[in-house]
Design a protein around this ligand. Structure first.
Ligand code: FMN
Length: 160
């Protein structure tokens, strides 16, 4: 039996935009046989990072490109830099234009040296941006499947 790949979607959302992106990612992952845990940053009990093949972290951006304190605390809670983190964010170009747009997500992806470019969504993802979310998740899923297969093969060959 092939065991399901495990994913975490951790997100912070005050006015539901980032939560909506998290829900779209959840739908896409579960439709592709991933086992998914949702984590509301700042609300739910601490996570166990090494349980997951992939961890998604979602954040909105606060005043002048700032990262919300709850997300900073979550980063401290993780306590190290896992290699399997993909970052998504929502923002609004009205607050400082392209330079500050979703800057918290961009900074987080850089901090974790993420393999994936941060997904940046303007306000709610519903409508035309849904396709952007879908394509981004598909890219991440393909890579996770590839890397997982590769590391399993290495482990199998080493034990021969
Ligand atoms: C006071 C304030 C400052 C903001 N500053 C930025 C910013 O610098 N860059 C950005 O992209 N969005 C900024 N935003 C927009 C929010 O990030 C955006 O509305 C986001 O989708 C909210 O996410 P949520 O609905 O998940 O809480 C700001 C919003 C507020 C209210």
């Amino acid at each position: 039996m092939v065991s399901k790949l495990r994913a975490l979607i951790a997100y912070l959302s005050y006015s539901s935009n980032t939560a909506e992106v998290a829900a779209l990612i959840y739908d896409k992952l579960t439709a592709n046989e991933f086992k998914v845990d949702m984590h509301r940053i700042g609300i739910d009990p601490p996570i166990t990072p090494d349980k997951y093949e992939i961890m998604f972290i979602g954040t909105f951006t606060w005043a002048m490109g700032a990262t919300p304190d709850e997300v900073k605390d979550f980063v401290l809670e993780i306590g190290y830099k896992p290699e399997n983190i993909a970052v998504f964010g929502t923002g609004d170009t009205q607050f400082g234009g392209d330079d500050l747009f979703c800057l918290a997500a961009v900074k987080l992806a850089k901090f974790y040296r993420s393999k994936w470019k941060a997904l940046k969504i303007e306000q709610s993802p519903r409508g035309s941006q849904e396709e952007q979310v879908k394509q981004w998740v598909e890219g991440v899923m393909d890579d996770v499947k590839f890397f997982t297969r590769k590391s399993k093969n290495i482990r199998t060959n080493q034990s021969k």
